[in-house]
Design a protein around this ligand. Structure first.
Ligand SMILES: *Cc1c(COP(=O)(O)O)cnc(C)c1O
Length: 417
């Protein structure tokens, strides 16, 4: 490692470029079709639209939107309106653009907590009831905002165990969650049944559609079987949908949507006792780059519903072919019946992590799951191109493991470290 101190002399532009090339040498290429990790590539044209819009606003600060950059709240209002329309929100709904799924979930948890202070005063130690697979961002939010998590011990057919969730509801429960779909297993939870629990017990219900929000509505349009998951389901209070996943905006953008804009009173932070003046924000950040929301606006307007639907059609076609191929290989099984753009599979005969290693050695970039150890594929519209190569290599990888040429690396799955 070179000198880590802060050098007195600055580098030239060429030296910076050379140093960055060295640092980036081992980085994965996100738009490589062999990348089946979270790589939401929607085409060179979409990338260009997103980056040009981002570049125009990358020096603008969302927190000064109202005073200095009225375009930014205008983009946000339109992005929220399009998201509400896509997820079938009723008149009078509201929403916010946040920096990502984790912030959307954190703000939903904080808003539910503050709503419960008014509506459920007997819940003195507030709790959230989570399916087994709900994103770990709920635990992070509960940690930050002083709630307790009751995460279920298991799933039923890879979906939320609704009976266990019903049993877990108690006097301190304020919030209940479903995912459409969850990141692990990728099977949409029974949103209607969980929402019925929310109605019966007067709970805040959040549907986490971070990864599915921009896939499922178009899958449904295309005639695929998609269980009800959005604001058409009575009892759904809030939803998250990531603009920077299948919304194809640049990283740093997600939607938090509320059935009723009046609930924003529990979301907003306000202070009027500070020498710099009044301060109010709807999210966690203070200063925020204008680029992500501009990129989201530009991509949504560029693609329209037709553009998203065309990409979802290709994704689901690639998924169908991949699943048919995987299930045709002895000992491999897809988990459940995933409805969105990603899915997981396991080996019932061999160590799945060894198969993942054999695929990595063949230069595939894969995501992993555990409990059970699984390989996860997150598809984008280009993955139709690699289906045959992928399946051929997968057959060879299974043979490698069966014959003992490749053995398990002996470590668990890592989502983020
Ligand atoms: C990605 C994801 C999140 C978290 O979103 P970030 O943008 O990574 O913070 C939450 N829930 C689900 C289902 C996700 O797939």
């Amino acid at each position: 490692m070179s000198n880590r101190r802060f050098a007195a002399r600055g580098l030239s532009r060429d030296e910076i470029a050379a140093a960055m090339a060295t640092l980036r040498a081992d980085d994965q290429s996100w738009d490589d079709p062999r990348n089946l990790k979270a790589s939401y590539f929607a085409g060179e044209d979409v990338t260009r639209i997103a980056t040009e819009a981002f570049a125009q606003h990358m020096d603008d600060n969302v927190i000064y939107g109202a005073s200095s950059y009225p375009s930014l709240p205008a983009y946000e209002a339109e992005v929220v309106a399009m998201g509400l329309d896509m997820l079938e929100a009723p008149e009078g709904a509201g929403g916010t653009v946040t920096t990502g799924g984790t912030e959307s979930i954190a703000v939903a948890v904080k808003t539910a907590r503050d709503w419960a202070r008014d509506h459920k005063p007997r819940a003195t130690a507030p709790e959230i009831v989570l399916p087994r697979t709900a994103h770990v961002a709920f635990d992070k939010a509960a940690h930050l905002f002083g709630l307790k998590v009751r995460r279920m011990a298991g799933s039923v057919e890879y979906r939320a165990d609704v009976a266990a969730m019903a049993d877990a509801i108690g006097p301190n429960t304020v919030m209940i969650v479903a995912s459409a779909p969850p990141y692990p297993y990728a099977n949409v939870d029974p949103v209607r049944e969980i929402a019925a629990l929310a109605v019966a017990h007067d709970l805040w219900m959040h549907v986490d559609a971070c990864v599915g929000g921009f896939v499922l509505p178009f899958a449904r349009d295309l005639g695929h079987a998609v269980p009800d998951f959005d604001f058409t389901v009575p009892g759904v209070t809030s939803m998250s949908a990531d603009l920077h996943k299948y919304g194809y905006a640049l990283r740093g953008s997600s939607l938090l949507l509320l059935r009723d804009a009046a609930l924003e009173d529990y979301q907003r932070f306000e202070s009027s006792d500070w020498p710099a003046g009044r301060y109010a924000t709807m999210g966690i950040a203070g200063s925020r780059n204008g680029g992500p929301v501009a990129s989201a606006w530009a991509v949504m307007r560029y693609l329209g519903r037709d553009g998203y639907r065309a990409r979802v059609a290709k994704i689901l076609d690639a998924k169908r072919r991949l699943i048919a191929g995987i299930e045709g290989i002895a000992g491999l099984a897809v988990l459940g019946a995933p409805e969105g753009g990603h899915f997981a599979f396991v080996s019932t005969d061999h160590d799945t992590s060894a198969i993942a290693l054999a695929m990595t050695e063949r230069s595939w970039m894969l995501a992993r799951g555990e409990d059970p150890a699984a390989i996860m594929l997150l598809l984008n519209h280009r993955h139709g191109e690699i289906v045959d190569d992928f399946l051929a290599d997968l057959r060879a990888a299974v043979d490698d493991v069966a014959s003992g040429r490749v053995v398990a690396p002996g470590e668990g799955a890592v989502y983020a470290l």
